[in-house]
Design a protein around this ligand. Sequence first.
Ligand code: B12
Ligand code: SF4
Length: 535
Amino acid sequence: MTAIIISRPCPPTCHFEGAALRRLRNLIPPSAATGARPQKQFLLKLQHLCYISCMNHNLVLVNPPITLEERYGSFASVGSQAPPLGLCYLASSAGKRGYAVKIIDAPALSLDLPRTLGAISHAGAGAIGITASTVSFNRAIELAKAIRQAGMNAPLIVGGPHVSSLPRETMEECPEFDMGVINEGEHTICDILSALQSGGNVGDIPGIVHRNGAEVILSPHRDNIADLDALPFPAWDLLPNLAKHYKPSPHSYRRLPSSSLMSSRGCNGACTFCARPFMGDKYRAHSAEYTVAMVDHLVKVYGIKDIMFYDDNFLLDKKRVTAICEALLKKDYSISWSCLARPEVTSVEIFGLIKKAGCWQIAYGVESGDQGILDTIKKRVTLERLTEVIRKTNEAGIHSRGYFMIGCPGETAESMEKTTRFTRESGLKDFHVTFCTPMPGAELFDTAQQYGTFERNWKKLGFWDPVFIPKGMTREQLIEAHRRMYRKFYLRPRTFFRYVMKLLFTSPRSMVDTVKAGFYVAKYALGGFIRKRLT
Ligand code: B12
Ligand code: SF4
């Protein structure tokens, strides 16, 4: 019996491969009588047990296959491969309630559609959950169709920012989805699994969109989770090796292996380009103790040395950040970390402490160097405040990074020139600029037509394609301004020298990444420029 089953190859998503089995075998002491280690038969039995347990899951969560090119365009080779924390939170919550869960992170394992399908089929799913942002939505649809064509009839649930922003449209666009989960899903997915098991009515569960025959129905609203500490840690153990398969883009880590955390959710900002309502406008956070315990776990179990806090505003609650830093300073290990912050509400007084506790970079959403544009997109910040926060960041010895967008409502050649100047003159040590993109869930998604033309093509809504052209501007103008900003910022002796210094004090792996990043940025920035000079 064993021989027949194990002769079927395990799927590429199985993390219990040959090397892991061999390590396990070596942990078992040799026989006292013969001195021999457990032999092949024993390993085969172990593998068989592993195979059987692999075949029966109440829930299989899938990050659909999507390439780095589809996500990051010309910057694909330096794009980030981040752990899908949302799926990890869902898996641990369902696991805590006794459900057997598997995660298939197709992008991390470079699985294409047929191999992803094979892995899902092998997992024997009671229910299949697919996560989708807008840019990966078409891939999620393809996967849902393939699942049905392959004859799998487990309930198909879609979750993530896209369905949360456009629940009805999502269900209409993809008849294969049986239901969608709106906003946070930890409690909702457990309620769904419980209803599926007991034969209950999913329509009674708040926070979902579902079908009744041909009708698409929205269930009552579900409040966001108030007590984030009540959630179990994300199930990192269900992902492929955290240190090997995931890596942020070169500008977001100082050391490898690096990983990410979300220690708070929600933002009360009003930026019109942001799919903000999806995590709610009330700031909710894990306590300092919980956050530091997650850091401990990543350091001790996965050997993580650097953490990027993806919170919309990690520095908002001064008391919490102070407690996190004081706890980190008492540890017998040291990590480097970076975070995102909102310049208008960041407490600059704690910069000294956060630097001491390992913070090496703060990334600010600056967006534009033109006050009129900042006001139009409801950024609620002045250029003076931005300049002051950047200066204080640099003075504290922390790397300041700015995120910008061009092609915002009201954009003109002059405002783009002001932004280019701001990137160079504000003191920022690093910058990143994308095209303003009206995402589902953002105010601008509904108002874009007032300000220009908008190509509503999900595949292109990754911020690397100018899908929104403000009145009076052309696509070519935006692309040229985008390239020019990169040229003007990076191709300066000062910036070049800083990168050379960075290379001297970095690990060989990160050196390769930085050189690669430099090459692709230069290639992109100079592309149109050289062509123009030659013609
Ligand atoms: C970290 C992050 C990234 C990281 C990593 C993404 C990743 N692999 O998780 C990086 C930097 C790579 C990134 C890139 C981009 N991002 Co991003 N990112 C975020 C951020 C800040 C946090 C995501 C996160 O980890 N949340 C924490 C977990 C717990 O939440 P979650 O993932 O949403 O999952 C919960 C629910 O959505 C739901 N859920 C999710 N999936 C499923 C599936 C099922 C079956 C169920 C039941 C429930 C469910 O339950 C989960 C638990 O509550 C969010 C903003 C935010 N505050 O959420 C933006 C956000 C998701 N990103 C956004 C965008 C636009 C992008 C980019 C397109 C922009 C760009 N060019 O940089 C790219 C490309 C995205 C891609 N598909 O590759 C938008 C998406 C809007 C939209 N309509 O799609 C967001 C919402 C930002 C915003 N406010 O506008 N991003
Ligand atoms: S862009 Fe940042 S500050 Fe603005 S609403 Fe979104 S999360 Fe909040």
